[in-house]
Design a binder for this molecule. Sequence first.
Ligand SMILES: NC(=O)c1ccc[n+]([C@@H]2O[C@H](COP(=O)([O-])OP(=O)(O)OC[C@H]3O[C@@H](n4cnc5c(N)ncnc54)[C@H](O)[C@@H]3O)[C@@H](O)[C@H]2O)c1
Ligand SMILES: CC(C)[C@H](C(=O)O)[C@@H](O)C(=O)O
Ligand SMILES: [Mg+2]
Length: 354
Amino acid sequence: MKAHIVVLPGDGIGPEVASSGVAVLRQVAQRFGHAFAFDEHAIGGDAIDRFGDPLPPATREALLACDAVLLGAVGGPKWSDPSASVRPEQGLLAMRKLLGVFANVRPLKLHPRTAALSPLKPERTKDVDLVFVRELTGGIYFGAKTRDADGATDECRYSVAEVERVVRHAFDLARSRKRKLTSVDKANVLETSRLWRSVATRVAADYPDVELEHQLVDSMAMHLLTRPADYDVIVTENMFGDILTDEASVLAGSLGLSPSASVGGPGAGIYEPIHGSAPDIAGQSLANPLGTILSVAMLLRHSLGLQAEAEAVEAAVGQVLTHGNLTRDLGGTATTHAVTRAVIDALQTETEAA
Ligand SMILES: NC(=O)c1ccc[n+]([C@@H]2O[C@H](COP(=O)([O-])OP(=O)(O)OC[C@H]3O[C@@H](n4cnc5c(N)ncnc54)[C@H](O)[C@@H]3O)[C@@H](O)[C@H]2O)c1
Ligand SMILES: CC(C)[C@H](C(=O)O)[C@@H](O)C(=O)O
Ligand SMILES: [Mg+2]
């Protein structure tokens, strides 16, 4: 098949991991006979430096005309002055809004070798297989902001429609898995959470085969570490999802292993690791590329409909996690480039054997 993929390297380790993702996609194209065209564009701090805009018009135009987007990461100390009028993260938020990708799917699958690196006891991480569905285009991230000499405000607003579409997305996903959905909110305090809970409860009537439970976000943060294997699909609002997914990545052994797919819009989906630009390790080939490579598998499956190719990439990552030298975050000594090469070699061996 032919596909047009926009690549947004961004800042910090973003270009390092994005190039790993592209290398794997090139290998997939070659082994399976596809024609993928890559179109690189600016976003974030890099785009501010070059164009004075974290999401320049040429990037916007390309996003609206492609089949899928692969993002590295944006941000960094160079652009983090609190008085700056424009910030890299604004480019990322504007892109999510532009493409209308309201459902951010963040799976957490554990590999025994790397889960053993988590601070949790092995019996706690055993059998963990969960997926977060994080609302991505609403809530406090997108509410009105004010700032004056006395203080500042960030408005948190959700419409019924915004809650309903993401909750339905999560119910549909739960239906294809273990039929258990946990909706996370702060309904004991927040009006938006009371709305969230009432919408989730109403929608549940259309999914009698899925068990719905409500959980407050503070105790959820605790349960994620004490009994993570009890959860299947977890749906929550934008900011809670941001925080809980970084927390959950600890169970897998490293933030660098977690992929994501942002979907639900009329056009392209966005695929990116959940981590940031990691300024502390940027430019040293220390970044773990596996979260990005697993995001590539999600891109193949969800935006291009290439199930066998997605499984081949996941199997190749599994091989490397089992036998390979890993990056420093996972206790290894391999460079970003070496781990990427190992995945590509595993992909080649696997597809030759098939
Ligand atoms: N999607 C995105 O573009 C995105 C996501 C999160 C944060 N950010 C931005 O990134 C910048 C830095 O944020 P932060 O330091 O709080 O979070 P971070 O995710 O960049 O890094 C947190 C820690 O995890 C480590 N880490 C992250 N990814 C890794 C990888 N692939 N391999 C090995 N180690 C990895 C880092 O070295 C650091 O110690 C900020 O400007 C923030 O806004 C961007
Ligand atoms: C960089 C930031 C705006 C972003 C978010 O909070 O959504 C990041 O933390 C993420 O998880 O993708
Ligand atoms: Mg985050």
